[in-house]
Design a protein around this ligand. Structure first.
Ligand code: IPM
Ligand code: MG
Length: 360
């Protein structure tokens, strides 16, 4: 029997449409091999949505996402929209999508592939074998806390304000996702905060510590965020699963991503308590190379694999995609961001064709 899934595609801006096109072809190929039918429907988000519908997250987009089984997002943003007022920025659309779908848990794996060790800026012995999962809280913290805004003081001066706030229940639900993620991995969890300075972090640390009583099989540690940033580049192999708040997770996941050589390789999954998840590459829209067939589509393709694994419960299809990515790397195909001596330079489309060949 054919299983059928409704997928909302959000190609967005910059290199988004190019890497999405490759990924859709890959999904179709996997679907036809495993008897899975995908019903794809495109919708607008980000800069293109501002241009075509006057809002970075049109209501129809959110409604359509809610009705689908999963959402595959490419990337948003570009120079063109950087000077618009905040409510009209592409980033506001992305934050609205996360909040609108209740996607509080963001899983960002940083796994170094043996084929790409030399693409890392760190020494081989430091990065070889690195396999980290950053669990980032995604709908709270300073990104969403109130009050926020730019206000006038009594002295007539402007004052910019954001608020870093977490409730116990917000910490507990992301904490449980993190403990359960660590259970499926090596059983080590490091919680990152700034409890030496921030009250919100003290509560975070207290709750994560309290939760650990329910997970006696997990070895829990805590680090301050400044130390965690240093440890990530000093000796990343000490980490397995990391759990942290929205802002610290934004920063640390970029650093963790770069350990692997290129941020162009890394997928992510954003999940809520129920309803569809959003699956997207960690990298941005790379407007500098958009439309030139230079982009690396592999993070987007691997995001589709995460969609199959975490969103649609199709591990076999996810494995098939991941194996095909390893296979094209073994065959020596490299986009510019991961190019090395003796390898075959390809563009976005040719990388897609190589993937399809391994899936045929
Ligand atoms: C990310 C991005 C976003 C974030 C931006 C584009 C709003 O940097 O997904 O990490 O800060 O969360
Ligand atoms: Mg970021």
């Amino acid at each position: 029997m054919t299983q059928s899934f409704r997928i909302t595609l959000l190609p967005g801006d910059g290199i988004g449409p190019e890497i999405m096109a490759v990924t859709v072809d890959v999904l179709k190929a996997v679907g036809s091999r495993l008897n899975l039918a995908f019903e794809f429907q495109e919708a607008l988000i980000g800069g293109i949505a501002i241009d075509e519908a006057g809002s970075p997250l049109p209501e129809e987009t959110l409604a359509q996402c809610r009705q689908s089984d999963a959402v595959l997002l490419a990337a948003i943003g570009g120079y063109k929209w950087d000077t618009l007022p905040r409510h009209l920025r592409p980033e506001t659309g992305l934050l609205g999508l996360r909040a609108g779908l209740g996607l509080f848990a963001n899983l960002r794996p940083a796994t170094i592939l043996p084929q790409l060790i030399d693409a890392s800026s760190l020494k081989r012995e430091v990065v070889e074998g690195v396999d980290i999962m950053v669990v980032r809280e995604l709908t709270g913290g300073i990104y969403f806390g109130e009050p926020k805004g730019i206000f006038a003081t009594e002295m007539g001066e402007k004052r910019g304000v954001n608020t870093m706030a977490y409730t116990e229940s917000e910490i507990d639900r992301i904490g449980r996702v993190a403990f359960e993620t660590a259970q499926k991995r090596s059983g080590r969890l490091c919680s990152v905060d700034k409890a030496n300075v921030l009250e919100v972090s003290q509560l975070w640390r207290d709750r994560i510590t309290a939760l650990s009583a329910d997970y006696p099989d997990i070895e829990l540690s805590h680090l301050y965020v400044d130390n965690a940033a240093m440890q990530l580049v000093r000796w990343p192999k000490q980490f397995d699963t990391i759990v942290t708040g929205n802002l610290f997770g934004d920063i640390l996941s970029d650093a963790a991503a770069m350990l692997t050589g290129s941020i162009g390789m890394l997928p992510s999954a954003s999940l809520g308590a129920d309803g569809p998840g959003v699956f997207e590459p960690v990298h941005g829209s790379a407007p500098d190379i958009a439309g030139q067939d230079k982009a690396n589509p592999l993070a987007q393709v691997l995001s589709a694999a995460m969609m199959l694994r975490y969103g649609l419960n199709q591990p076999e299809a996810a494995n098939m995609i991941e194996t095909s990515v390893l296979s094209v790397l073994d065959q020596g195909y490299r986009t510019g961001d991961i190019m090395a001596d003796g390898m075959t330079a390809v563009g976005c489309k040719a990388m897609g064709e190589a993937l399809l060949k391994t899936l045929a």
